[in-house]
Write a protein that binds this ligand. Structure first.
Ligand SMILES: Cc1ncc(COP(=O)(O)O)c(C=O)c1O
Length: 381
């Protein structure tokens, strides 16, 4: 049952190769270029990187195709128009916006601008790991404070570590990998009580999936009048452009200037600028992606409940759940069955993180789940 998909893909792969041999490689083969299927075509169902499995939208795809002919040219920093567009869409000034090669590049710039030896980073555990990695490469110490039992940031615990040496605090909201929220009001109080010299990054990579509520409001849409706050966003998630790499920060002009010094030259490519602009304009597609995610997330919870499994409440496009077994083994079981799920996230060593894929992919996910070699009662609350 499970291997049939693999077999199907093998057959399909063979067919694809054959048709390519007929139609395409006349020129490539004669130049000695070997055809290799891309890694994405390797037959794995990818539920491991919290991408948008439906994106980018057809309109954005058109723009990408139309722009690809300029790939031979350097972008030559011709993207001030995009900064203006992003600023307008977020109701901030252009000098408050900084672009990065993914929001990951923004995290790197922040680490080098606000950390360094003698300064430390405070973050949650577990959380998205890039910030910690860059902090360490900037020679900073990292203080990780375990999430609360409700999987929110333990802001009191984090505050207890804060001092004049705290260069940066990283808050990921909704948090990756737990997909959980930390209450807006609590974050406000927390920032208020931090030392005056501490900069705070609020990573809103999953903002669109969080929905508005008393608990959640974006710090871009409802800004604090505080020069120390940086909010990061990405085009890699709901916009479906993870492979093209674009993210941005919204912050005070002063912090933007400090971070910009560490930007990689020409890291913003000419294709993604056009694609991102089209994605911002395609508002209906974003609504549609969010709605699909809401439905697929509900279906995931229905399937989990039917098995008496209770995931952490998700406010994102992925779900984390306790399997009560070593996560490594569960991850390997899925990998052997051609499904990639999220990596291990210590200290939650029995939890797995599953990105929501297309409905048919999730159907296969649950088939593979049902084939886990554990007694059912040992995986239930
Ligand atoms: C919380 C969080 N921030 C940032 C990123 C990186 O995104 P980008 O592709 O923009 O570098 C990710 C990617 O998974 C993420 O989960």
């Amino acid at each position: 049952m499970i291997t049939s998909r693999r077999a199907f893909l093998r057959v399909l792969g063979g067919g694809t190769t054959a048709s390519i041999a007929l139609h395409w490689p006349m020129t490539a083969a004669s130049r000695g270029v070997a055809f290799e299927p891309s890694k994405q075509d390797d037959g794995f169902i990818r539920l491991n990187s919290n991408e948008n499995p439906f994106g980018p939208s057809p309109k954005v795809e058109e723009v990408i195709k139309a722009t690809s002919s300029s790939a031979n040219r350097y972008p030559l920093r011709q993207y001030s128009w995009l900064i203006e567009k992003i600023a307008a869409s977020n109701r901030v000034k252009p000098e408050q916006v900084l672009l990065g090669c993914g929001s990951t590049e923004i995290l790197r710039m922040a680490a080098f601008a606000f950390l360094g030896s003698g300064k430390h980073l405070i973050q949650a555990s577990p959380t998205f790991e890039a910030m910690e990695r860059y902090a360490r490469s900037a020679n900073s110490e990292v203080l990780s404070v375990r999430l609360t039992p409700a999987f929110a940031h333990d802001l009191d615990g984090m505050l207890a570590h804060a001092s004049d040496s705290t260069g940066l605090v990283y808050i990921c909201n909704p948090n990756n990998p737990t997909a959980s929220l930390t209450a807006r009001k609590d974050i406000e109080n927390f920032i208020h009580n931090l030392p005056a010299s501490t900069v705070v990054i609020i990573d809103e990579a999953y903002h669109h999936y969080a929905g508005q509520s008393g608990t959640y409001a974006s710090f871009i849409e409802r800004p604090l009048n505080d020069e120390r706050v940086i909010v990061t966003r990405t085009f890699s998630k709901v916009y479906g452009l993870a492979g093209l790499r674009l993210g941005y920060a919204v912050a005070s002009p002063k912090l933007i200037l400090q971070m910009r010094k560490f930007a990689t030259e020409s890291s913003i490519n000419a294709i993604v600028t056009q694609a991102a602009a089209a994605a911002l304009d395609d508002v209906n597609a974003i609504d549609d992606f969010v709605q699909r995610n809401t439905n697929d997330r509900q279906e995931f919870f229905n399937q989990a409940m039917a098995r008496a499994v209770k995931p952490i409440d998700s406010r994102a496009n992925f779900v984390m759940l306790n399997t009560f077994h070593p996560a490594d083994e569960v991850i390997e079981h899925f990998r052997k069955n051609n499904i990639l799920i999220g990596r291990r996230f210590p200290p939650l060593d029995t939890y797995i993180r599953v990105s929501l894929g297309r409905p048919e992919e999730m159907h296969t996910f649950w088939q593979v789940w049902d084939a886990l070699p554990y007694p059912k009662h040992s995986m239930q609350h």
